[in-house]
Design a protein around this ligand. Structure first.
Ligand code: PAZ
Length: 314
């Protein structure tokens, strides 16, 4: 029989990841600094799947399509807009700044000139300098000014524990906190007590898996962990007819500020911002629009503006 996990049962019955306390302390220090400087801080939960291990000594796992582009790109535009960013980073997914030269058709080594024999300096080839420079400057500026904190995760369990703790430590920011929940979180998992210790043997047998539903934690986040934050969740659908109704249902159920709806097929060119009494489409001019104008630039501009009005409205 599969259990229906409540958020409370999940957090009391499952074991905390060993690194949780360390990342929580780092986030607490980061937040304290930005509270003192009266800066807005956004928690970006990386779009990037959350892994569901099928074995304790994990050889196999379930995951999903997301490479984490939305989260990594948005983090860059939030930094540009003056926010400090806590980036919950799914390991091996896209990362702010370095994403331009990884997981892409633009590999890092193609940027570098091979030195002549005996030479020990490596140079960026002139053809790539113009493209690289602004990204490199923005990356170093974020580091120098201490504006970007990365907290990594792999599994859905690590993700959910981090999400709770990151949201809670941001509470001292009050309305200056934003949660931007772009991760593609697994809907099902195998709890530790049902996991095989070692690699599941095939022995030419069919494999039957019993997955349990991952608890929906948005209600706890909005009501208890981050009651003062501006909360933006994401809704991904593949059926156009469901997109706005499901985004509206989520907004109604959890009572947060905004849902960003996107269709799998058109997510890079079009999203809809669903608010309690309104919805607004954000679209790139044509589906052939290529970087550097990414839709995340427009999404972040629209969200930052709403966040600002929301802060001013009290
Ligand atoms: O990683 P990516 O940039 O290709 O995709 C982003 C996304 C579609 C995962 C994100 O925009 C999103 O909708 N996240 C929430 C998914 C959900 O409904 O759970």
């Amino acid at each position: 029989m599969s259990r229906a996990w409540t958020a409370e049962a999940f957090y009391t019955q499952l074991e905390e990841p060993p690194t949780l306390a360390e990342y929580t302390q780092q986030a607490r220090d980061f937040v304290a600094r930005h509270v003192a400087e009266k800066r807005k801080v956004v928690l970006v939960t990386q779009s990037g799947g959350t892994t569901v291990p099928l074995e304790k000594n994990m050889v196999r796992f379930l995951d999903n399509f997301s490479a984490g582009t939305r989260g990594a790109a948005s983090a860059e535009y939030f930094l540009e807009a003056g926010y400090a960013v806590i980036f919950m980073s799914r390991q091996h997914s896209q990362f702010p700044f370095t994403r331009w030269y990884s997981h892409t058709t633009n590999p890092l080594f193609d940027l570098l000139e091979e030195p002549a024999e005996g030479e020990e300096t490596v140079q960026v080839s002139q053809a790539h300098v113009q493209g690289l420079l602004p990204i490199l400057h923005a990356y170093h500026e974020a580091k120098r000014r201490g504006r970007l904190l990365t907290v990594p995760f792999v599994t859905v369990i690590e993700y959910l524990f981090l999400l709770r703790n990151m949201s809670e430590v941001m509470d001292p920011l009050g309305r200056h906190a934003m949660q931007y929940l772009a991760a593609a979180v697994s809907d099902f998992f195998v709890p530790a007590d049902k996991l095989s210790e070692h690699k599941i043997q095939s022995d030419d047998q069919a494999l039957t898996l019993q997955l349990e539903p991952v608890p929906k934690v948005l209600g706890s986040l909005v009501a208890s962990w981050a009651p003062n934050a501006f909360v933006v969740s994401f809704k991904l659908e593949t059926d156009e007819k469901l997109l706005i109704p499901k985004a509206e249902r989520s907004l109604h159920k959890y009572g947060h500020q905004l849902v960003i709806g996107n269709l799998l097929q058109r997510r890079k060119f079009e999203v809809v911002l669903v608010e309690p009494h309104d919805h607004t489409w954000v679209r790139l001019p044509s589906t052939s629009a290529a970087p550097p104008h990414e839709i995340e630039r427009d999404i972040v501009a629209a969200i930052a503006e709403r966040h600002e009005s929301w802060i001013a409205s009290v």
